[in-house]
Write a protein that binds this ligand. Sequence first.
Ligand code: NAD
Length: 743
Amino acid sequence: MTAMTKKAEEAKKSCFTLTVEDSVAVLSLDIPDEPVNTLSPAVGAELEEALRKIEQDAAVKAVVFSSGKKDNFVAGAKIDLISTFRTAEEATEGSRKAQEGFDHLEAFPKPVVAAIHGACLGGGLEWALACTYRIASDSPKTSLGVPEVQLGLIPGAGGTQRLPKLLGAQAALDLILTGKALKPKKALKLGLVDEVVPKPILVEVAKRRAAELAARTLRPERARGLGLRSVGKGKGLGEILKGLANKETWAELALEDNPIGRKILFDQARKQLLKKTRGKYPAPERALEVVKVGMEDGMRAGLAIESKAFGELAVSDVSKRLVEIFFATTALKKENGTSDPKVKPREVRKIGVLGGGLMGGGIAYVTAAQMGVPVRIKEKDDASAARALKHVHGLFDERVKRKSITWRERDAKMALVTVGNDTSGFKGCELVIEAVFEDLKLKQNIIRDIEKVVRQDCIFASNTSSLPITRLAEASSRPETVIGMHYFSPVNKMPLLEIIRHKGTADWVTATCVEVGRKQGKTVIVVNDGVGFYTSRILAPYMNEAGHLLAEGADIAELDRALVDFGFPVGPITLLDEVGIDVAAKVGKIMHEAFGERLSGPDHVEKLVADGRLGRKSKKGFYSYDGKKKGVDESVYALLPHGKDRVKLDRQEMAERCVIQFVNEAIRCLGEGVLRSPRDGDIGAVFGLGFPPFLGGPFRYADALGAAKLLERAEHFQKKHGKRFESPPLLVEVAKAGKRFHA
Ligand SMILES: NC(=O)c1ccc[n+]([C@@H]2O[C@H](COP(=O)([O-])OP(=O)(O)OC[C@H]3O[C@@H](n4cnc5c(N)ncnc54)[C@H](O)[C@@H]3O)[C@@H](O)[C@H]2O)c1
């Protein structure tokens, strides 16, 4: 390479571009060949160098930071870096370096304005916090937050110190402990940004503010937790008084400004936190401690403990598992669900939904709300059609109530949803999703009927939760267009979509449905066909085991607690009440027929159904309900073996038995080729069934425990409880070879 081309190459690879106009330098970050900006030591070094030049240039009076990416400011630190830390000390050192960089920025002798458009997250927000002034675009693409806890970390570049200083402890803790992101309006209200302006004028306004700051005609005086109060020219007094008149803010400040108040605040926050994390997620607990040190002993002490805690968390198992999940979902987003990466999805401009009940309504909602395409629902009669429309409207209304959308936005989206009691409006659909009752004959008839109406290449997807797609495809005159799209309830909240292809499903059909699912906001896994596919199949032996435990005399609440303590969001018996005991009985029967004795459930389930105990929907199940779930309905014990005389069973053993059934069935699915990879199995279990994320999924769990140990425990239970604990051949193979499921 000649010196010239080398220089040109280097210039091209530079992350920052610097332009100076009217004494204001605009430093724009645009990392070459990357879809988003992320922070790394290399970017940090370039930033230091750029700042050094700007500092020395007497003609430059102020600086604006902006991004050269379309809809992204800085998405955070480069996450790959976290996996490269071998020790806590290395990670602590990394954090310390980043802190130093931002300390330098904060102390920079010329004013610095952050012009924020798009995601401003993690290290990106910590960067902006070290600036003198922050302006955000009003775009829906703009969001600000510190999501580190979601990766088992805490902000490690000063965020735990600067956020409480700027916002007050309560608002800062709300952001740091939950990792949630704020939209521009809310960020302005809290004082996280100083101004919100339309995107087209963002950099222009930022330049103007930078010049005003340099000329001292703008002097931001921030009352902590009250946002910006004084924008030059004496403008802020009225606002200050308005802010101070707010009783809540006063109470908040009074609380955190004296040692007793602070103790109450942090004790309360810790209590609330432990209720949620049950001690399984160390990051938010450490964050709380770090914020407290900063507030009590000052910024220096706070930064020191921040980097120490960051270092320890970065090499913890919990963080490793959460980072692995992050990478797995990122990788899934780039795949088309087939073995041929060249297969392209076809465009879907309209979707038909057959059956607008609980699931169909939810599917129509995510289609309109997230994907933004027209959706036509067919119900069996007018009354059901009206109910379906009301259901979808209700889902939008919830968001209006939460102020996440305006009523205008709701109405615009609702205009995409139409209903009818016949197939009119289905002709133009590229995809029809069926969500009628779980009945093979009904679903097969529906395929035959709809194929007479829709175009030849229309995809037919079924939301069945257990029926093999191969059996549905038998009714189709074009089986290559038949596929499963298994959504989870409630569809508007549950993040997973399990796509099931049968042997004849065309690749373009799979790729198209994967793309649709993604546009509906889902994390999508693709599995091969089989009874119960993947998720329903691994849930069956888990629920059965809970049933067997009840039959042995386990106490209902104790059993639920055992699995919640393990890390599931709810226990199996609560889940049974939610799903519907009748539905579980039906699916259980299908599983038993398909897989024999290994998946046979306890006998008492039929008795419960016969008693009219269908769970929450019938206000009668294992628990009692009057809208809300109350305690165990003691009368249910009369229908269970041992009646009211419950037997004390070891909680840990109860959890272990259920979890081994779950994990072993997942391994069986991988061995039989239902699953394409352990990664998909982990994501399906975590996002679809609530398997504890801090354990990373059934395959990560098996790897952490060791296949040999898992095998030993399964054999132990097999001796006690028989065939249902028989280990899958793949587990035996992996254990014998001393291997792991993940490479
Ligand atoms: N409920 C869940 O948690 C869940 C989860 C995943 C998948 N599923 C599956 O989704 C499907 C629907 O379940 P759901 O819970 O929404 O049931 P649901 O009873 O709430 O809804 C079914 C709807 O289909 C309508 N319907 C029946 N026959 C019809 C026809 N011929 N034409 C048009 N509409 C018709 C009914 O009027 C009803 O509104 C089932 O296959 C179920 O196994 C359910």
